[in-house]
Design a protein around this ligand. Structure first.
Ligand SMILES: NC(=O)c1ccc[n+]([C@@H]2O[C@H](COP(=O)([O-])OP(=O)(O)OC[C@H]3O[C@@H](n4cnc5c(N)ncnc54)[C@H](OP(=O)(O)O)[C@@H]3O)[C@@H](O)[C@H]2O)c1
Length: 316
């Protein structure tokens, strides 16, 4: 299995991360109805079997249940796992101590002493300044409870500011976790992608399959409909699905050539951008096994360009 360093000198992780937002989440996803504990346990085990040991979670996912499930699954396996979790800068969290307290709770739910990566979930910290927030995170690196610091949903300038504050403490900003896929390419046009590269910040690409759209299983002619809150998302409407047809068709064409699925081709394209680790959300072992097939091969330069060209409508 290849590996990637998070940021300049952070933990070394697998080039694909498993997303666990749906683990225990009943608000957006349909945890407990279409899938449950058994499927998630199987998904976790399938990840380790495929050599993927990097998992992304957050204190808010399933109101802590995602972290608890990871702990439960880890205990049944004797294998080193790297966890990225997130701090929610809620308006009532106004002092640096709230970072330490939230981390203590996450570590308790995860039943570990330390996580590989601790990320600020979104940039609006209300009454807490970025100065206070970043310094509290740097304190935790010094305390040894987090190996690396990340941010999420930060703009190019917010990422630069976070990077500067941390640099004064000698702590590199390791990642910016942002939405990025063939159907959401704004980070290439709004400066995030280039500045991340300049600063040595790794991009963790969330919703890399556009929440299932890039798997090709949702189509105008097919009968599969999305579960949960995606039912209200216009991208899954007939018009939305018609719009993405040319992208899906090219993914299928390349997939046939390499005997790969559209999901695998989509993730391979993201990895080919360099400095990008996709976080593929999974609810079943089958999802994990399929997505793991994005690794160990590479689209040709010409195919990467063709996918870039066909997805230009999603650059802005
Ligand atoms: N930082 C943030 O603000 C933020 C925001 C969103 C997500 N994230 C992170 O990113 C992760 C992934 O994002 P996401 O879950 O929104 O989107 P995603 O990874 O693009 O899509 C995940 C969904 O696609 C379907 N799927 C995945 N692999 C498949 C396969 N091989 N074949 C068929 N269907 C497949 C599954 O749903 P169905 O089977 O029901 O279609 C799955 O739940 C999250 O779990 C979370 O860790 C972070």
């Amino acid at each position: 299995m290849e590996s990637i360093t998070l940021g300049q000198n952070g933990p070394i992780v697998t080039p694909l991360c498993i997303g666990t937002w749906a683990w225990g989440d009943r608000l957006f996803w349909n945890y407990g109805k279409e899938y449950g504990l058994e499927e998630l346990q199987a998904a976790f085990n399938a990840s380790l079997e495929a050599g993927i040991t990097f998992f992304d979670t957050a204190e808010v996912y399933g109101f802590g249940v995602s972290e608890e499930l990871i702990a439960q699954f880890m205990q049944k396996k004797d294998q080193k796992v790297q966890i990225a979790t997130k701090y929610g800068p809620f308006p009532w969290r106004i002092t640096g101590q709230s970072v330490a307290d939230a981390l203590t709770e996450s570590l308790k739910r995860l039943q570990v002493q330390k996580v590989a990566l601790y990320q600020v979930h979104w940039p609006f910290a209300f009454l807490m300044s970025q100065e206070t927030l970043m310094n509290a995170l740097a304190d935790e690196v010094e305390r040894g409870r987090i190996a690396a610091v990340g941010v999420s949903n930060y703009s190019a300038s917010q990422m630069r500011e976070a990077h500067q504050i941390l640099a004064r403490r000698g702590v590199p900003l390791a990642v910016n976790q942002v939405r990025y896929s063939l159907l959401t390419r704004q980070i290439e046009s709004n400066g995030i992608f280039n500045i991340a590269r300049e600063l040595g910040v790794t991009i963790l690409a969330y919703s890399p399959l556009a929440q299932g759209l890039l798997t090709g299983k949702y189509s105008v002619i097919g009968s599969t409909t999305p579960s949960g809150a995606r039912k209200l998302d216009s991208r899954f409407s007939k018009e939305g699905l018609q719009k993405i047809e040319p992208v899906i068709s090219l993914l299928c064409q390349f997939g046939e050539k390499y005997n790969r699925t559209p999901a695998q081709v989509s993730l391979n394209w993201l990895i080919a951008q360099g400095n990008v680790i996709p976080i593929a959300g999974a609810k079943t072992a089958q999802h994990v096994r399929d997505n793991a097939g994005a690794l160990g091969w590479r689209l040709s330069d010409d195919e990467i360009t063709q996918l870039e060209e066909i997805s230009r409508p999603w650059l802005n």
